[in-house]
Design a protein around this ligand. Structure first.
Ligand code: SDX
Length: 436
């Protein structure tokens, strides 16, 4: 099947690809050489950057699958370590494969003592996402062969294993508590909880409820096809920068409040509504007001034009966890009420704005005892296997090329250079000099 394009009276045909789930793509690989024109698609909402076998999303139907397995089944039955293996290596591990993988993750959890010293020089106000991005990039100072092919699998293990240690250390530093070293007798998630919450004064026993919820949270965040941060990892990796550098860039992209940073903003927004007498009408009105830059954080999605299946699972998990822990968090009720109001409002229905993964996740992190600036770090930890899997797939794709988009230039036409003495100061263009 081909697609026809008529440009300036000339007809061009381009091949059409059909994906596993019948998604249709027009192959524009030769568009410019053949037509002289480019496609323009700010935000890439209508542009595919690659073929991928890792994750499938159907936004209209609210479907999410990891390597073909529905998120609902994986979330219910798998461990995060299994999901890491599935996303990165393409199949569910056998018992033997999982034991070997888990053992490798355990024995690579320590970070170099010199790397640990970096924490001492961050200001106390340093956001844990900034620390995570900086420390992940710094791993390539200790594993200098990070770009070498034969070391890829080892560096994948190192990154997965050490990122949780770095994340836990940045939390401990932010609360002024001593670092807790990883233990080799604990699973990935138990070890992480242990490093987060153990204190020297007393023994720490990992709560099975918290371990189950942490597994769920990490699994639900593990991959999401070509989202902003994953696209960033692919773009940086396409220049053959090493895995640590590419993922460090992905962490930075995720930090933005329109992306992973939204989970922190949701809790801050719910707190604002609580403190403002639960004036829901006011905040829903602000979200709809084009002159107000307030947005209903945790709502809306570029792909999901129906419920984000992860939000549905997290809403149920929040009820269960708070019930099991005996926590009565007013923010959960506010979130539910806000959802109800929004989903009866024409503005949100017309734009198909539903709760996304960030709307309820903060309620769970809060119940676990984490501060708001750690929420996006938790998102990053979950997304790590997805970023790694996508980076690995790109590296192994013979069609992969360095990412280099084009543009439509709308600036000045050619004009002669003007010597300094002939330039006239005009009030409107005078640069605002910063008064020091
Ligand atoms: C994640 O891509 C992924 O897969 C991301 C993610 C993943 O797992 O990697 O799912 C994780 O990033 C989830 C999204 C978290 N961000 C938020 O919750 C921030 C709030 N939401 C938005 O800012 C927005 O919905 C985005 C960023 C999520 C999507 O932006 P789009 O696709 O560019 O949509 P848009 O900004 O063009 O909005 C379309 C319309 C606009 O109104 P009109 O101009 O048509 O009148 O919907 C409005 C927007 O103003 N709108 C909102 C809104 N989100 C969109 N209005 C109020 N509140 C909102 N939250």
């Amino acid at each position: 099947m081909d697609a026809k394009l008529v440009l300036e009276g000339k007809e061009f045909e381009f091949p059409v690809l059909v994906g596993t789930e019948n998604e249709v793509g027009i192959d524009f690989t030769k568009l410019r050489p053949r037509t002289g024109a480019i496609g323009l698609d700010p935000g890439f909402g209508n542009t595919g950057s690659c073929r991928s076998t890792i994750t499938f999303i159907n936004g209209e139907k609210g479907i999410l699958r990891y390597r073909g397995y529905p998120i609902e089944e994986v979330a219910e039955a798998a461990t995060f370590e299994e999901v890491c293996y599935l996303l990165i290596f393409g199949h569910l591990p056998t018992r033997g494969e999982l034991e070997t993988f888990s053992d490798q993750l355990t024995h690579h959890s320590m970070i170099h003592e010199s790397l640990k010293k970096f924490f001492d020089d961050f200001p106390p106000t340093a956001h844990p996402m900034m620390i995570l991005s900086a420390m992940v990039a710094s791993l390539s100072a200790f594993y200098t062969r990070a770009g070498e092919t034969e070391d890829v699998d080892l560096n994948i293990i190192r990154l997965l294993a050490k990122a949780k240690t770095i994340a836990a250390y940045s939390f401990k530093r932010s609360v002024g508590q001593p670092f807790v070293y990883p233990r080799n007798d604990l699973s990935y998630t138990e070890n992480f909880l242990h490093m987060l919450f153990a204190v020297p004064a007393e023994p720490y026993n990992v709560s099975p409820v918290m371990d189950r919820v942490l597994n769920l949270l990490l699994i639900l965040h593990a991959d999401h096809e070509q989202n902003c941060s994953t696209a960033t990892v692919r773009v940086v990796g396409s220049s053959q920068a090493n895995l640590f550098a590419a993922v460090s860039a992905g962490i930075a992209a995720l930090w933005g409040p329109l992306h992973g940073g939204a989970n922190q903003r949701v809790i801050e927004m719910l707190g604002m509504i609580r403190d403002d007498g639960k004036d829901y009408k006011k905040y829903v009105g602000k979200a709809k007001d084009k002159d107000d830059d307030f947005r209903l954080m945790g709502f809306g999605h570029r792909v999901y034009k129906n419920f984000d299946p992860r939000a549905t699972i997290l809403k149920k998990a929040a009820d269960e966890l708070l019930g099991e822990l005996g926590i009565d968090d007013p923010l959960l009720e506010i979130a539910k009420h806000l959802e109800e109001i929004a989903l009866e409002d024409e503005y949100f229905l017309e734009r198909k704005l539903y709760p996304n993964v960030d709307f309820y996740s903060g309620i769970l992190y809060r119940a676990m005892g984490l501060p708001t600036d750690m929420y996006t770090v938790m998102f990053a930890l979950g997304r790590l296997p997805g970023w790694i899997a996508q980076w690995k797939e790109m590296r192994e794709d013979p069609r992969a090329r360095i990412s280099r988009p084009r543009q439509i230039y709308t600036g000045e036409a050619q004009r002669p250079y003007v010597p300094l003495d002939l330039r006239v100061e005009s009030r409107s263009t005078e640069p605002e000099l910063v008064k020091v």
